[in-house]
Ligand binder design. Sequence first.
Ligand code: F6R
Length: 261
Amino acid sequence: MRVVIVEDAEAAGRRAAEEIADLVRRKPNAVLGLATGGTPVRCYHELVRMHREEGLDFSQVHTFNLDEYLGLAPDHPQSYRYFMQSHLFQHINVPQENTHLPDGLTKDVDATCQQYEEQIRSAGGIDIQLLGIGSDGHIAFNEPGSSLASRTRLKSLTAETIRDNARFFGSEADVPQLAITTGVGTILESRVCLMLATGQQKATAVREAIEGAVSARVTASALQLHPQSIAVLDEAAAAELDFADYYRRAEQLRESLRGAS
Ligand code: F6R
């Protein structure tokens, strides 16, 4: 896994946005895999800025989000659809019909999950998948114990995730216990996986994901099996990495090679 360590959360968000913007410039009809939560907010603000100030064009882009809470309507302020509308979609020129999230109000979960996989496939697959990481090491809502070959399906959230996400809802009791999530197998089929992690509360999960054993205990560790995965970390999230100095030096070398070419 390529590991990019930057100074703070602001710089991490900018770095992730640059990766996405580079892709959209090279491939205007790119398929973006998107995440919600606190971590990607700065990345989305930067993409909005690039759209407004630099004319970054999303008119042919398609998006697929990782997950949605079961039982929340799209206009529920804590639904992931609402999050995406307010942080990104309504501020850029992506056509609404090109944006996809699992239907949290579905009456037929299995059919919805299958259909979501088919929609991703028929869009040509995901070009870049933006990911956060849970403090229990999850990607999307693939909680500890999830199959590393899993596909889109219904998952129950762990007590730790419910506790973590209570900050958005006001209380733990209000956090839905179930979500529709893309699987680890679905995520690994993306052409590039970009995991963004910021803050000291993610440092242990980040170490286990990047330098620990590949294990269903920490589903983010499955990214080690992906040939094109990048972790963008701020100093706080990188604090427990054994090989942080090596990753920094490798990035400097990569930069100097780029400068020389
Ligand atoms: C959100 C998602 C989750 C979050 C993770 C980290 O779509 O799939 O895996 O990325 O829970 O959340 P934050 O960024 O709020 O710490």
